[in-house]
Design a protein around this ligand. Structure first.
Ligand code: ADP
Ligand code: MG
Length: 502
């Protein structure tokens, strides 16, 4: 029997705001020092009152609009009651039956069947909980002091009350890779909107996958299992694949899937049962009496819509239209918003002084240097982090012009770029200081070539015996002897001439 998988995702993202969701404590949940960004409101002291963060509300609405959702004309907050030591008030302020925005679509490019529309059920706003740190006696002596031999947990409330959006999809996803693509595209959109940094490793974006299977040929969806603590895109994909296999095998053997919450053990590559599913009524949801309901007018909504930036898919399409780029290059430029912006800033620095045909060549050169050399040099350092990335689009464009005009050779250009990344100096200065200006002077190159030949008799010998690689070796040495400044074609020509005279 063949089983068809069905998947729906629930994705939480911490919103990027200055302060927390219902108080003025700073929204800095990754502070090293625990329990410093707290106040009586987010600590749930009696008699305190919450005030809703307008920026957080606007950010959720912008995500909704970017995904084609409808904004609720009337929305409210609700209390979701449960006890857990990371929840100071004994309830979480969330939204139950009137989410801020609902019924949208995100079109993704699935690895298996091309474009596919995934329906968004709803996006609502709530507050994050604190963070528990569990200490086990097997962990040895590191970490805070504790009574000899005891297991216990510490709590950090810096994260308590941080604005959190929750997005729920319809069960439209049918594989692990598809779920991964959906989550990655959503992450990109959250970043383009500046709604969230959505870094999964830092817990700023958290994914839960609901998975069920049903026998092929039947319509009714099977019983679903909810898989929690998926901390990377890879674990999303793996956990879903694991669940599909587990449930199919279970049904095949005549067993039944029980509705439950399961955890994911990344090192074992397995899900494990955590608890049987609680029902909504157990949370005793009721309207939050300390916060006013929200009403949004058409004008409010249009104002937010008007401020939406270019979204990833729009940028992909525009880059394809405006430049001659490969799919892979477009993906590099789109998947990091700041790399894409750096590229286009470089193009506008190049633009004004050039003719169309020249500009095309320079753009090609820029794409090559950006996608390989520059990103390689950065090795993951984010381009936007101020002070860390020192190359300005103006200087980068300048370097491209120098290469194009053959003022420097390509090895010298690479060395110059390395220096630019390290110091932020402009290419002219570096080239002058290091003597990188391209050498066309034959007598200078010839002098260096003679030295190279004397210093490497073995290679000369090998070359004469017909070993082609030796010539490449000698050209390399000659380039090195001129600090990469020699014009490479000229260097090769002169070497060949001298070698034939030997
Ligand atoms: P619950 O009431 O248990 O929270 P919901 O209907 O709110 O369930 O759905 C939660 C998530 O589970 C949604 O993303 C939804 O698309 C998904 N889902 C619902 N039914 C199934 C199913 N049979 N198989 C897989 N996913 C499902
Ligand atoms: Mg639900």
């Amino acid at each position: 029997m063949n089983y068809l998988p069905t998947i729906g995702l629930e994705i939480h993202a911490e919103l990027k705001t200055k302060s927390k969701m219902f108080c003025a404590s700073p929204n800095i949940s990754l502070e090293q020092e625990p329990n410093v960004h707290v106040c009586p409101v987010c600590m749930g002291h009696p008699g305190t009152l919450p005030v809703a963060n307008a920026v957080a509300i606007q950010k959720v609405l912008s995500v909704g609009l970017a995904l084609g959702c409808a904004v609720a004309p009337y929305s409210k907050f609700d209390r979701k009651s449960y006890f857990y030591p990371d929840l100071p008030k004994g309830y979480q302020i969330s939204q139950y039956d009137m989410p801020l925005t609902s019924k949208g679509i995100l079109e993704i490019q699935t690895p298996e069947h091309g474009a596919k529309k995934i329906r968004i059920t709803r996006i609502h706003l709530e507050e994050d909980t604190g963070k528990l740190i569990h200490l086990f006696k097997t962990e040895g002596s590191s970490g805070p002091e504790r009574p000899e031999g005891a297991n216990y947990s510490l709590v950090d409330f810096n994260r308590a009350g941080v604005p959190l959006m929750e997005l729920v999809t319809e069960p439209d996803i049918t594989s692990g890779p598809e779920a991964r693509v959906f989550a990655q595209e959503l992450q990109l959109i959250l970043r383009y909107l500046d709604a969230s940094d959505a870094d999964m490793e830092k817990g700023q974006m958290r994914i839960e996958a609901n998975v069920s299977v049903r026998p092929e040929g039947t319509e009714t969806l099977g019983t679903k299992v909810e898989v929690k603590n998926l901390n990377s895109f890879r674990s999303v994909e793996r956990a879903i694949a694991y669940e599909i296999a587990r449930q199919s095998t279970l049904l095949q053997a005549g067993g039944k899937v029980i509705q439950e919450t399961r955890g994911w053990n990344d090192s074992k590559g397995e899900t494990f049962s955590q608890r049987e599913k609680e029902e909504a009524f157990e949370y005793r949801y009721f309207p939050e009496p300390d916060l006013l309901p929200m009403e949004f007018s058409g004008t409010d909504i249009e104002q937010i819509r008007a401020r939406l930036p270019e979204l990833p898919q729009q940028r992909r399409e525009r880059l394809f239209r405006e430049y001659e780029l490969t799919t892979k290059e477009v993906e590099v430029l789109v998947s990091n918003k700041h790399v894409g912006e750096f590229f286009e800033d470089t193009v506008s620095e190049l633009g004004p002084r050039l003719q169309e045909s020249q500009l095309k060549k320079l753009i090609r050169l820029s794409v090559n240097y950006l996608c390989s050399d520059l990103l390689g040099l950065l090795a993951g350092t984010p381009i936007k982090e101020e002070g860390k990335f020192k190359v300005s689009p103006e200087n980068f464009a300048e370097l491209m012009v120098l290469i194009h005009e053959q003022k420097i050779s390509s090895p010298a250009a690479k060395a110059t770029l390395r220096e630019m990344v390290a110091t932020g100096a402009d290419p002219d200065h570096i080239i002058e200081e290091k003597g990188y200006a391209q050498l066309f002077d034959e007598s200078t190159i010839e002098e260096a070539a003679r030295r190279v030949i004397t210093e490497h008799p073995q290679a000369v010998e090998d070359f004469k015996k017909g070993k082609g690689a030796s010539l490449q070796f000698l050209v390399g040495k000659l380039m090195g002897a001129t600090k990469g400044a020699a014009n490479p074609e000229l260097a090769r020509e002169i070497l060949l001439k001298l070698l034939s005279e030997e």
